[in-house]
Design a protein around this ligand. Structure first.
Ligand code: FES
Length: 160
């Protein structure tokens, strides 16, 4: 006849479980800080300037005083809400207003009348200065066009 000896498993004392809980809480907090540190740059990357500018739609109209005096073949940069925009007075007397935020990664574009184009210096994107269409380079979408009303005291630009 053999005898079996059964030993009781050691039970954690209250001090052990409190220490373990405190350790897990500290590890969880450190993990959250680590995720936040990793996640914030990703958030900033995804919320690119062009996206943020497209969200700046609270203002629907802006009046540009004395802009009716803009010489043909030149452009005027202005802020439409928080985003840069441009008013172009073409040589043939027509007026165009567009967003000046490149649809690629959000750089501010420039009008180049001698080349008859709107150019983004960041990565070489080119847009049509009459329609805002993306002509070449990396921009995936056209520039947003605005409505223009010229009067004797200025130019009113509004979202369509
Ligand atoms: S941001 Fe304009 S072409 Fe890249």
């Amino acid at each position: 006849m053999s005898e079996h000896i059964v030993l009781d498993e050691p039970k954690p004392t209250t001090d052990d479980s409190t220490t373990r809980r405190a350790f897990l809480a500290a590890a969880g907090a450190a993990g959250l800080c680590y995720l936040a540190a990793l996640g914030y740059p990703v958030y900033r990357y995804l919320a690119s300037p062009s996206e943020m500018a497209s969200n700046a739609t609270a203002i629907t109209e802006v009046t540009l005083k004395d802009a009716q005096k803009l010489a043909p073949g030149s452009a005027l940069m202005f802020k439409f809400g928080t985003a840069p925009a441009m008013l172009i007075h073409h040589q043939d007397g027509t007026w165009v207003a567009l967003s000046a935020v490149c649809t690629h990664l959000g750089c501010t574009v420039q009008y180049e009348p001698q080349a008859n184009r709107i150019h983004c210096a960041c990565h070489g994107g080119v847009y049509d200065p009459r329609t805002g269409a993306n002509v070449s380079g990396p921009p995936p979408k056209p520039l947003k066009l605005f409505k223009v009303a010229v009067n004797e005291t200025g130019v009113d630009v509004s979202r369509t």
